[in-house]
Design a protein around this ligand. Structure first.
Ligand SMILES: Cc1ncc(C[n+]2csc(CCOP(=O)(O)OP(=O)(O)O)c2C)c(N)n1
Ligand SMILES: [Mg+2]
Length: 576
């Protein structure tokens, strides 16, 4: 039998579960946990971020990169409120993260009293965390702490994953627990399910399409998915956060759908007779609001989701909803197609889709799209690519060259500017792969303090700041909605301010390189490959995002730039 303080037990529990890195920021109410982390520092790395938002975001990408769970810690009050952006990010993107903040002594808590605050820096964190977590744990004296911590790990890792919040009053850190040994969490085994009906229908169809979502990544079955697609050989369109599900040069990868998506996946989807969604909630950003425009030719429509609540949004009268864990579904589908030796009818359709994709290779490419393509084709196969929010995100998702083991990270559901720089810290710690940040000038300033963490922790992260000296995404909206009145979005109109990022990088202690033409990156290949952090500021004239077709619209004859007639005719001919 061993006896430990609650704080020490919590840290030992993380170590026993193989957690190598924890993110946070110091404070009085969480100081006991920090003291424990300090005493166990040979077994677990602690990263002091520049603020709690940075820490909370880094914990998300750590979990995504190493396929375990993330942990971020903060003090009460402002420490907790700073963390909430990261918590919400984990919630919407189904990322397993345990967020812990300290709190005032249990006897100083406000509880249900009418006054605003009892203890200093006390905030009702539990109430704030409730709508953005799977579960909150408000620890009280007399609780079985071991059981609560164990339950928290189980909660983040099972079913639809997501964050939990633990509210840890300072006096509870000093309590003691007794135990024999610490048993690490084990993923439950995933049974098989009967998929015959769905696969048989898929094989009967002539124009099947799979819509692949980030749920495949969240349930750790990317490899099984790739194997399945290589066997059944049908076109795949993805959602924005799932663009790394297949490499860009895969014959079956059509690209991602949605308001900022490219034309090819839109065309393919609109002509499909069978559609199967795997791990995506399919939101209006992806398919628009007019449901008659969504898969208008489909005769069969199956949706697989681990979270049955997603089916409350009925998309088609004839949809068939399959509430299943994707691991079970994909594993069962793989086994069925392998053992049955099925052959499908879709070979011609798959070839057509590939031909359509090839026709569009150089269509709708702005200067910024070309920049992203140029840079990403230079990066190693196993890179982590971290995207921020804004037009820069659209360019990245539209034109990044995704190689076989590239991993993409973004703030998909929440869309939080300032995501990419802190997220790169967690991604790098999580898998130690070459790590690259792509951000706009607005987003870069939102968590610029994390450059310091990157430098001081000697992380060889490369950062590209696409500086158009504007909040480009909003400029685009103002162009069409407010008759080009650009209030608070453009530096040249003096009410939004960018800065010289390469100089800031130097001040933090990293190399800063300024380019006014992305091709000049060729001169800095050594810096791209070096073992040091480097920030490349690439200044460019703000440009549009193409094609600019409302989700579900006319992908052949629509968009901001109308395709030439010859190309349109070729596509129509192929679709006959
Ligand atoms: C935290 C946060 N604040 C505001 C927004 C709204 N927003 C979305 S994109 C955008 C502009 C982004 O500008 P920048 O980072 O320079 O990228 P660009 O669009 O110019 O590529 C804004 C303000 C947001 N998504 N997140
Ligand atoms: Mg910008």
């Amino acid at each position: 039998m061993r006896r430990l303080s609650v704080a020490d037990y919590f840290v030992e529990l993380l170590i026993a579960n193989g957690i190598t890195d924890v993110y946070g920021y110091q404070g009085g109410m969480i100081a006991y946990i920090f003291d424990s982390l300090g005493r166990y520092k040979n077994k677990i790395n602690y990263h002091s971020c520049g603020n709690e938002q940075g820490a909370a975001i880094a914990a998300c990408s750590y979990a995504q990169a190493n396929k375990k769970f993330g942990v971020a810690i903060s003090t009460s009050g402002p420490g907790f409120t700073n963390m909430t952006t990261g918590i919400a990010n984990a919630w919407f993107d189904s990322i397993p993260v345990i967020y812990v903040s300290g709190n005032v002594n249990t006897k100083d808590k406000k509880r249900s009293s009418g006054f605003r605050q009892n203890g200093f820096q006390e905030i009702q964190a539990v109430k704030i965390a409730e709508p953005i977590t799977k579960k909150v744990y408000e620890l009280e004296l007399g609780d079985n702490f071991i059981e609560k911590f164990t339950d928290a790990i189980n909660e983040v890792m099972t079913d639809r994953r997501g964050p939990v919040y633990i509210d840890l009053p300072i006096n509870i850190c000093r309590e003691e627990v007794e135990f024999d040994d610490i048993k690490p969490f084990k993923l439950p085994s995933f049974g098989e399910i009967d998929v015959r009906e769905y696969i048989d229908e898929l094989y009967k169809s002539e124009k099947p399409v799979i819509i692949a979502g980030a749920g495949i990544k969240e349930s750790d079955c990317e490899n099984e998915f790739k194997e399945l697609i290589n066997i059944i050989g049908i076109p795949v369109v993805t959602t924005m956060p799932a663009i790394d599900i297949l490499s860009s040069n895969s014959d079956y990868m059509m690209g991602y759908i949605g308001g900022t998506g490219r034309r090819e996946p839109g065309i393919v989807l609109q002509n499909a007779d069978f559609v199967l969604t795997l791990g995506t909630r399919i939101c209006s950003k992806q398919i628009g609001h007019n449901m008659s425009l969504f898969i208008p030719k489909a005769k069969k429509f199956y949706r697989v989701d681990v979270d049955s609540a997603e089916f409350e949004r009925n998309l088609k009268d004839f949809e068939i909803d399959i509430n299943a864990n994707l691991r079970s579904f994909i594993k069962s589908a793989l086994k069925y197609v392998k053992t049955k030796g099925l052959s499908n009818n879709a070979a011609r359709w798959s070839k057509t889709c590939k031909e359509i994709k090839d026709l569009f290779t150089d269509v709708d490419m702005t200067y910024a799209n070309k920049m992203v393509k140029y840079i990403t084709q230079m990066l190693p196969d196993n890179s982590n690519l971290l995207y921020d929010v804004g037009k820069n995100l659209n360019y990245c998702t539209q034109s990044s060259v995704i190689k076989n083991s590239t991993k993409v990270y973004m703030s998909a559901g929440l869309g939080a500017m300032g995501y990419a720089i802190p997220a790169s810290i967690g991604a790098y710690n999580g898998n130690n792969n070459p790590t690259f940040v792509f951000t706009g000038d607005g987003g870069a300033q939102m968590n610029i303090q994390e450059l310091n963490t990157i430098v001081k922790k000697k992380l060889p992260i490369k950062i590209f700041v696409f500086n158009n000296r504007a909040l480009g995404n909003i400029v685009m909206f103002q162009d069409v909605t407010f008759d080009k009145r650009h209030f608070a979005t453009m530096e040249k109109e003096n009410d939004y301010f960018s800065c010289d990022f390469h100089k800031i990088a130097v001040a933090y202690g990293m190399k800063g390189i300024y380019l006014n033409d992305y091709k000049k990156i060729d001169d800095y290949k050594n810096d791209l490959e070096s073992n040091e952090p480097v920030l490349f500021e690439i200044e460019y004239e703000d440009c549009d995002t193409l094609p600019g077709i409302v989700a579900g619209g006319d992908y052949i004859n629509g968009g901001k730039v109308i395709l030439n007639k010859e190309l349109q005719d070729k596509v129509r001919e192929l679709l006959k």
